[in-house]
Design a protein around this ligand. Structure first.
Ligand code: ZN
Length: 215
């Protein structure tokens, strides 16, 4: 659902994150060519725009580290499974989804490194408290979410989209978060989508939870 930045996108429910990772990938490759390494401190994306805020450092070592954070995301449209492959080229990977056996689709090459920096978000939150402006509450909320998802798993599940595909009623998001945590998985919201959840749980587990809440 986004413009392309030298890599292939997919019409997944986390396309806003893909847009950020594709744009960052493009930036990383270009910077590395000139011996510059990058670190993403904040990113944002809506249906209308993609924005990435980066710190740069001229250093061959940092440039190499930057390039090593490139890779691919494999996505299964059948069961919602997704996985990352942190390799410069996609050679010899299985085209079959490890969870359901369907054919997976590939997004990339793109950036698999962090797309938010916890400390930067904290600093920004302190800064906005010193000022008064119209969108303060909204920006505070976005920064707080971004801070929490800085170290969270790559990509998120959009509960409404999954329920729609599985013909299930949409449960309260709180219940999904609770169920995931009870099973020992991470459950972290995302500022990209108010109905999204970042988790290390396999897609089949998320499906199972949604079915259980529905029954
Ligand atoms: Zn699958």
């Amino acid at each position: 659902c986004m413009r392309k930045y030298g890599g292939k996108s997919l019409r997944t429910e986390y396309c806003h994150e893909l847009a950020v990772r594709l744009l960052t990938g493009c930036l990383a490759k270009t910077a590395a060519k000139y011996g510059i390494g990058i670190k993403i401190v904040f990113s944002h994306s809506t249906d209308h725009y993609v924005r990435v805020y980066a710190e740069t450092e001229r250093s061959a070592k940092k440039a190499n580290e930057t390039v090593r954070k490139m890779g691919y995301i494999l996505h299964c449209f059948k069961c919602f499974h997704r996985e990352t492959i942190q390799e410069p080229f996609l050679i010899g990977h299985s085209e079959k989804c490890v969870e359901c056996g369907s054919k997976v689709n590939v997004a990339g090459p793109l950036w698999l490194g962090e797309i938010f920096d916890e400390d930067f978000c904290k600093l920004m939150m302190e800064e906005i408290e010193k000022r008064s402006f119209r969108l303060k509450d909204r920006i505070r909320k976005i920064l707080n979410l971004a801070r929490l998802e800085a170290k969270a798993p790559i990509t998120y599940y959009v509960i409404d989209k999954m329920c729609d595909t599985l013909s299930l009623r949409t449960p309260p998001l709180k219940k999904v978060f609770e169920a995931l945590k009870e099973m020992g998985f991470q459950a972290i919201p995302t500022h990209f989508n108010s109905r999204g959840v970042r988790t290390d749980a396999p897609a089949m587990v998320v499906q199972k939870i949604l079915k259980q809440i529905n029954s």
